[in-house]
Design a binder for this molecule. Structure first.
Ligand code: ACO
Length: 429
């Protein structure tokens, strides 16, 4: 039993229990603070708030550690694949062969979207942002598969396996369809003989009479990219999913909210923003040196910095290496990669970035990898969402299975006008 914390407020002392995680993370349990003292804890941006106790992912941002269900990301990147890791993220342990085969089959069988959903996607304007279409389609899954989305926790948990496979598989299908809509092209039916990643590339790029030809390096890079994004603890979108789930909402409604949260440039939208930044630097004739100076006075060096990692993002190390390998194998000479390398070296040697612990994050290189795979920039954040889906789904499940789950409902410190009277319209100036 850990020692309690003692807090002195208004000359009174209050005791609060402390909690320790399995990796020695320590927290003060302030849940009774307001009822015993009248104070609430204030932590705008939640930089110092443990919002839950979770068993899914561990990050030590000070030394750059990321583990899914205890297993280091480096081992998973080398030995596992996206679907196997997804199973583990969802259910807690690596699957045996029977479990893995059944999971892969369930993903494959749930890949086709309802014809009505396909038709609805076609109704979007061709200049729609793919993230907007994806969010709408995930939300609409509760209309196309209402039996999986009842908002009755017990029933939704009973149907969890089917709902989870549907969310993971149909995110990829809806993403490929959204891409085809923006190109004014007919959608491609999934090919059940293909792996998850090759089927996605087929749904994106096959043309009538010309099936997409899988290139092993491309397939592996895509699978790795998805695996590296599969979960990341209580980030903005995952916390959003948990927030929505805490109100009892079904899985599809919860993950659709995650898509909205992911969209912003400070979060999943950063991969698009990195490429835009690199293209702008290239167009201006700068090799990155001028931009580094500007980034010290207000401009953001996109793909750098992280709320939790105050050291190298381990995913950035893996994807940076994969990026080099892929471009070499495909014989692609991307000037943006040279600029990115130069920015990285310059930033890592610069006091501004060193003193603020700003290191490359996963998005710094993922955009270059995605571009090499032929994925257009406006699809980058959608790719992130396909990868993150298992993490969102596992976090939804953790909330739904929590025996004493309370609705997430933070407090605020009100700073608006004090009590005042209503002024009739004719008396207002
Ligand atoms: N470029 C230049 N300066 C930066 C950057 C950056 N990318 N990131 C942070 N800083 C500076 C801030 O200006 C601030 O400086 P100051 O102390 O002089 O005011 C200091 O570093 C701390 O920055 P905060 O914004 O307070 O850090 P926070 O933890 O809130 O933000 C975030 C983290 C949002 C990721 C930020 O680093 C950022 O905007 N990075 C660029 C966008 C990006 O790459 N996002 C992807 C994140 S990873 C992911 O979601 C997959």
């Amino acid at each position: 039993m850990s020692k309690p914390a003692v807090l002195k407020l208004d000359d009174k002392e209050f005791e609060f229990p402390t909690i320790e995680g399995v990796e020695d993370e320590k927290a003060v349990d302030f849940r009774t603070l307001r009822s015993v003292s009248g104070y609430v804890s204030f932590d705008e941006g939640y930089g110092n708030t443990g919002s839950c106790q979770s068993e899914i992912t561990f990050i030590d941002g000070e030394i750059g550690i990321l583990r899914y269900r205890g297993i280091p990301i480096e081992q998973l990147a080398e030995k596992s694949d996206f679907l196997e890791s997804s199973y583990m993220i969802l259910y807690g342990d690596l699957p045996n062969q029977t479990q893995l085969d059944a999971f892969r089959a369930s993903i494959r069988d749930n890949t086709p979207v309802s014809p009505l959903m396909g038709a609805a996607l076609k109704g979007f304007p061709s200049d729609s942002p793919p993230m907007g279409m994806l969010g709408a389609m995930l939300s609409a899954l509760s209309c196309y598969s209402p039996e999986l989305a009842t908002n009755d926790r017990a029933k939704d948990l009973e149907n969890f396996d089917q709902a989870a496979s549907t969310a993971i598989a149909q995110t990829a299908t809806a993403a490929a369809l959204a891409y085809r809509v923006t190109k004014g092209l007919e959608g491609n039916q999934p090919d059940p003989s293909l792996s998850f990643h090759d089927n996605f590339l087929h749904m994106m790029f096959s043309e009538p009479g010309k099936a997409y030809e899988a290139i092993p390096e491309v397939s592996r890079a895509l699978d790795l990219m998805l695996l590296l994004h599969a979960d990341h603890e209580q980030n903005c979108s995952t916390s959003t999913v948990r927030m929505v789930a805490s109100g009892g909402a079904n899985l599809f409604a919860s993950v659709a909210a995650g898509v909205g949260a992911l969209w912003g440039p400070a979060h999943g939208g950063a991969n698009m923003a990195v490429i835009k930044m690199l293209e702008e630097i290239k167009a201006s004739g700068d090799d990155g040196s001028k931009f580094i100076e500007e980034a010290k006075s207000g401009k953001r060096l996109m793909g750098f910095g992280h709320r939790v990692y105050k050291n190298f993002d381990p995913r950035a190390k893996i994807i940076g290496q994969a990026c080099d390998n892929l471009l070499n194998k495909l014989d692609i000479d991307d000037p943006c990669l040279d600029i990115a390398r130069h920015l990285e070296q310059a930033a890592l040697a610069d006091d501004y970035f060193i003193s603020r612990n700003l290191y490359p994050n996963v998005d710094f290189y993922s955009g270059i990898v995605l571009r090499a795979l032929g994925i257009p920039a406006d699809m980058f954040t959608v790719m992130f969402a396909i990868g993150r889906m298992p993490g969102w789904v596992a976090n939804w499940r953790e909330i739904a299975m929590h025996p004493k789950m309370k609705i997430n409902r933070p407090r605020q410190i009100y700073q608006g006008p004090a009590l005042r009277d209503y002024v009739p319209l004719e008396s207002r100036t």
